[in-house]
Design a protein around this ligand. Structure first.
Ligand SMILES: Cc1ncc(COP(=O)(O)O)c(C=O)c1O
Length: 464
């Protein structure tokens, strides 16, 4: 038997179940109160009208009400009928909001890789999107140029030349779904061209190495010392035909590739006909050092410049670009390029760049991250003086060098404090020499503003 009633705007479906009707109705009402479907203070219909709605005897309802009054779920007062007891359950609005958190995910995170996505410039982005769609010709919505919309390629060529010193021609820019997609396209093109090995940095992201392996390329780590990746180890006669680097801010170790090593890698590419893949993932964020320009400027014929909005705006946008040596453009275009990237996002980003909103956003994000970085350095100096911080001149992450042998313990202590941390060792290429240090890679850009002080406190508590 089931029914519904509407009183003071409530429309509650009850399905008394179980052996006896009284028991079934009692259980159904109790469950409605317990779960908050019937909020504290709600006035229940009279036993007569609920009985009529449900088509059951009035006594059955009266007895069910009496049971629930006795249990404290309901109150009955002369003259005001039967009500849901105050505070029988927390009011809906008092309960903490539900978060879509993965099971086992910790409340605080300093995992590097993501900016503070809560600071995404929603209003500006919406405005740019509206303007872009209003101005777009209808054929923009058709299948288009696999390199991506010309508006975006042109806006990027201007921006990259101005902000990163890239020599970019819109005809040789291909829009892609973030860095990872661009890397996959390049890996496929290299493989089609007979390349089987690619040099990488000895510390980096396994998702990128795995993606290269799936495309049939073997990755070989280059040695690393305190001055950065030893690009002079690349030899013209043997070994890999391409190399993947993060020259402006090595991920995760945080150093900028030294001028002589930048020159060495470009020289190697020229002599061997090799290709340098420049991952410029966080080039916009620099604090107290001269900006390190793009490596691509040294030799646009031998360097592919890869950029992304994953740090400057949000990883979820899945927007990136390849600035290609002209001879590679047809092959990459054939492989798909921008066919997986929505045209509305492309047009919006183009408008965002040309209107100056991108520069404004990056400037204000830079200030916020710089303040966090300074707070991190200050807190560590005061509370964890044994920890040495490096790699802080740029980007959204820092390397915290720990006392020897403590990396795993500190990661576990972080989890105990509700803080997700990554140790440096997880970023080591399986064939690379381990760096002689225990360290954390701390993504101080990751937390939302409101969680920043709690996150920093949890970090300080976890450190030795
Ligand atoms: C080293 C490095 N490269 C590239 C990226 C950006 O990748 P994508 O554009 O695929 O999100 C990241 C982001 O975490 C990164 O850390």
């Amino acid at each position: 038997m089931s029914g519904a009633w509407a009183t003071f705007g409530i429309d509650l479906h009850l399905q008394p179940a179980g052996p006896g009707l009284r028991r079934g109705l009692t259980d159904a009402l109790r469950e409605a109160v317990r779960t908050g479907r019937l909020a504290p203070g709600t006035r229940l219909p009279s036993s007569r009208s609920l009985a009529a709605d449900l088509g059951i005897a009035r006594n059955t309802v009266a007895e069910a009400y009496a049971d629930l009054v006795a249990e404290g779920w309901l109150t009955a007062r002369q003259g005001s009928g039967t009500q849901v007891a105050e505070r029988a359950v927390p009011r809906r609005q008092d309960r903490p909001p539900r978060r879509h958190r993965e099971p086992g995910r910790l409340p605080y995170s300093l995992i590097p890789g993501s900016p503070d996505v809560s600071a995404f410039p929603r209003a500006e982005w919406l405005k740019a999107g509206r303007r872009a769609l209003t101005a777009a010709p209808s054929d923009a919505l058709d299948y288009g140029d696999p390199r991506g919309r010309v508006e975006l390629r042109t806006a990027l060529a201007d921006y990259l030349a101005r902000a990163r010193g890239v020599r970019a021609d819109p005809d040789h820019i291909v829009i892609c779904s973030g860095f990872a997609h661009g890397l996959r396209l390049l890996a496929e093109a290299l493989h089609d061209d007979g390349t089987r090995t690619l040099a990488v940095e000895s510390y980096g992201l396994d998702v990128h190495w795995n993606l290269l392996h799936r495309s049939g390329l073997r990755t070989i780590p280059l040695p690393f010392d305190e001055l950065g990746t030893r690009t002079e180890e690349l030899t013209a006669s043997e070994g890999p035909r391409a190399v993947l680097l993060t020259p402006a801010h090595q991920f995760p170790l945080g150093v900028a590739l030294r001028p002589e090593r930048r020159a060495a890698v470009v020289e190697w590419a020229r002599r061997s006909g090799g290709l340098v893949l420049e991952d410029d993932y966080d080039g916009e964020f620099r604090y107290d050092r001269q900006p390190v320009g793009a490596l691509q400027d040294l030799d646009p014929e031998h360097v592919v410049h890869l950029g992304t909005t994953s740090k400057s705006l949000a990883p979820g946008l899945r927007l990136g670009w390849l600035v290609l040596p002209p001879h590679l453009t047809p092959g990459i275009t054939r492989l798909g390029g921008a066919l997986t990237t929505g045209v509305l996002e492309q047009l919006t980003l183009a408008e965002f760049l040309t209107s100056g909103a991108y520069d404004r956003h990056v400037r204000s994000a830079r200030q916020r991250y710089r303040a966090r970085r300074d707070a991190l350095v200050e807190a560590l100096a005061a509370r964890a003086p044994e920890v040495r911080v490096t790699g802080i001149a740029a980007g959204l992450h820092a390397v915290l060098q720990l006392p020897p042998g403590t990396e795993e313990t500190v990661v576990r202590a972080g989890a105990w404090q509700g803080l997700a941390l990554h140790g440096l060792s997880r970023y080591r290429h399986p064939e690379a020499e381990p760096q002689p240090m225990d360290a954390l890679v701390v993504g101080y850009g990751t937390p939302p503003d409101h969680a920043w002080s709690g996150t920093l406190e949890a970090l300080c508590k976890a450190l030795p």
